[in-house]
Design a protein around this ligand. Structure first.
Ligand code: HEM
Length: 143
């Protein structure tokens, strides 16, 4: 990611990264197969689990992971750190039976959320696409 692209991703992420529960809700709503991989949420009515502590905890974990990768991006000095945390992330999810197709679904749902909630344009979309491509390239090596 160029420094400019990293700035675009960081500034748009800042506009929504406090909406943890909302983001996870949007992902589960669009893709129940993702919700069903979580033993604590599988088969349950989404609106009934949305306000639970377990939901908030997991939403915060996902958003914090994204925030960490995003904050490291755009600086070549952090390439090794990104490689380490993202390959562990891929391996851990692979071990849980999460598929590359589900990561693709997550990407679609996240982008829909971003488009609806941040100032979106071609340059912002291109920066996010590059960021997710880079992340998935690393994660998929462990899947
Ligand atoms: C943990 C599923 C995508 C971040 C987990 C857990 C499951 C899971 C079942 C374990 C939960 C627990 O034991 O309480 C999935 C599925 C995905 C997905 C089906 C499909 C797309 C993501 C994405 C991120 C993410 C895109 C981050 C951007 C995390 C984190 C944890 C976690 C940080 C907790 C740490 C860990 O145990 O690895 N995920 N996940 N997940 N997930 Fe995901």
């Amino acid at each position: 990611l160029t420094a400019d692209q990293a700035n675009l991703v960081q500034s748009s992420w800042k506009q929504v990264s406090h909406n943890e529960v909302d983001i996870l809700y949007a992902v589960f709503k669009a893709y129940p197969d993702i919700q069903n991989k979580f033993s604590q949420f599988a088969g349950k009515d989404l609106d009934s689990v949305k306000d639970s502590a377990a939901f908030a905890t997991h939403a915060t974990r996902i958003v914090s992971f994204l925030s960490e990768v995003i904050s490291l991006s755009g600086n070549e000095a952090n390439a090794g750190a990104i490689q380490n945390i993202v390959s562990k992330f891929g391996a851990d999810h692979n071990a849980r039976g999460v598929t590359k197709a589900q990561f693709g679904e997550f990407r679609t749902a996240l982008f829909a959320y971003l488009q609806a909630h941040v100032s979106w344009g071609d340059n912002v979309a291109a920066a996010w696409n590059q960021a997710v491509d880079n992340t998935f390239t690393i994660a998929f090596q462990s899947m």
